[in-house]
Design a protein. Sequence first.
Length: 146
Amino acid sequence: MADALKVAEERRNAKGSGDKESIDENDGSTIELEPDISESEIKWDLECIANNKAPSIDEIPPELFKILGDDAVKILLAICQQIWKTQQWPKDWKRSIYIPIPKKGSAKECSNYWTIALISHASKIMLKILQARLEQYITRELPDVQ
């Protein structure tokens, strides 16, 4: 867990990702907004994605993102920033392929299956960014005793 928090902190302090915007509410209070998704966050997550993973419904394997390099980073950055600003997840990123994996026992019983969900690798990148930001927020806001 400490490693994950260290990585989250490093990502937040990366170039271009630490500046918060603020907006003034009508009542005079100020709300701080999290910064936009940064290129360094996308690059970090692309490096962390494992190869040889099954593609989802979009049929895009993780290796393709790595082969495309900076072009993939620019495209994913634009999409992720749009999601961040609009809070709207793309429909294709919400779709998954569910695969039942049989366990030991009778194949007639549903409880004898594991179900795995194949989700878009692009979606996984955005999810990792959200997870890292939430972990940092929770660490900052919750006292150590909880």
